[in-house]
Design a protein around this ligand. Structure first.
Ligand code: CAA
Length: 296
């Protein structure tokens, strides 16, 4: 019983092994951050090709960081050595102190994964989700440990972005939240607690309407994609233009968050049709080779 496990993870000092479920855009980056901070990391996805792709992206990214003197070559090698790519979920979570779920944002997919985690993860482990849109309370109640479950939301690219949102579900205990905050700090990140489990949490609640308004401006013929991006970059001083950022976040991810906000919060969040058109065409952003810009 996870609630009474005598060796339960109660502080960051109890954490040495982290399982990251999902080796995609966010998962591989989270695994990389954990490995750089000295944790043993299991990187898991559903087939060899996906796990291998995630592992290769970590290798590429560590190489880039070393090339830019953000880390040494030795640190890059040591971090990569700490990452074990696996397909077998039981092997991935069997010795985990923390399980980080980064699988696709579909409730049924997450439910299946959670059932498997329960079957194979030690009772002592904390369980966190990197969801950017689904309810933490609802997800937590799909697990056998809602008290020791919360949101741990990273930003793309995890290795460069400092923020981690730590989101409380209705059942998350203070011990869980403060342990996850301490873990974020150990990863070199700045945690910010989100007290209320609401659509988009805080960052996406602010960011996604910006991306949507940019799309409406193009849709309404006010300016081109490049012109809107110039305004966000040179007028607001953001590091990327709105469309560059949408491409990096994933247009499908942005649309998914927006649809949820629209459903829960009302008409102000009506998604611009341009977003759905891109997604329907398979142009999801950098990860698919094209979005509002081409990357091939
Ligand atoms: N690992 C290592 N290097 C990487 C990398 C990664 N994952 N991703 C990009 N780089 C490299 C690039 O290849 C580039 O290298 P070259 O110069 O050799 O081509 C280099 O980093 C660029 O970095 P710089 O420091 O030179 O450039 P920068 O100062 O613009 O920093 C950035 C890059 C940190 C990504 C910056 O542009 C930035 O902060 N962008 C905004 C990102 C952002 O807002 N993310 C949040 C999105 S919201 C989200 O993710 C959550 C959600 O739920 C939707």
């Amino acid at each position: 019983d996870p609630d009474t496990a005598t060796d339960a993870v109660r502080s960051v000092d109890d954490i040495s092994t982290i399982a990251v479920l999902g080796a995609g855009n966010m998962g591989h980056g989270i695994a990389e951050v954990a490995a750089l901070a000295g944790f043993e990391v299991f990187l898991r996805d559903i087939d060899d090709d996906l796990v291998r792709a995630g592992y290769d992206r970590i290798e590429w990214s560590l190489g880039k960081l070393a090339e830019k003197d953000r880390i040494s070559d030795d640190e890059a090698d040591a971090a990569l050595d700490r990452v074990t790519p696996v397909v077998d979920l039981a092997a991935a979570v069997g010795d985990a102190d923390v399980v980080v779920e980064v699988v696709p944002e579909r409730m049924e997919v997450k439910k299946d994964v959670y059932a498997e985690v329960e079957a194979h993860a030690p009772d002592r482990a904390l369980f966190v989700t990197n969801t950017s849109s689904l309810s933490i309370t609802e997800l937590g109640r799909e697990t056998d440990r809602p008290e020791r479950f919360c949101g741990m939301h990273f930003f793309n690219p995890p290795v460069r972005m400092r923020l981690v949102e730590v989101i409380s579900g209705a059942d998350s205990t203070e011990e869980t939240l403060s342990t996850v905050e301490a873990l974020a700090e150990r990863l070199g990140k700045t945690p910010v607690r989100v007290h209320k489990d609401s659509p988009g949490f805080v960052v996406n609640r602010v960011l996604v309407p910006l991306l949507n308004e940019a799309a409406w401006a193009v849709h309404d013929g006010e300016a081109t994609v490049a012109e809107v991006d110039s305004t966000t970059k040179y007028g607001l001083g953001l590091p990327m233009g709105s469309f560059e950022l949408a491409d990096q976040v994933g247009i499908d991810v942005a649309l998914h968050v927006l649809e949820y906000m629209h459903d829960q919060l009302g008409d102000a969040y009506e998604p611009c049709p341009l977003l759905a058109e891109k997604v329907a065409a398979g142009d999801l952003g950098t990860k698919s080779g094209a979005g509002f810009y081409d990357y091939e």
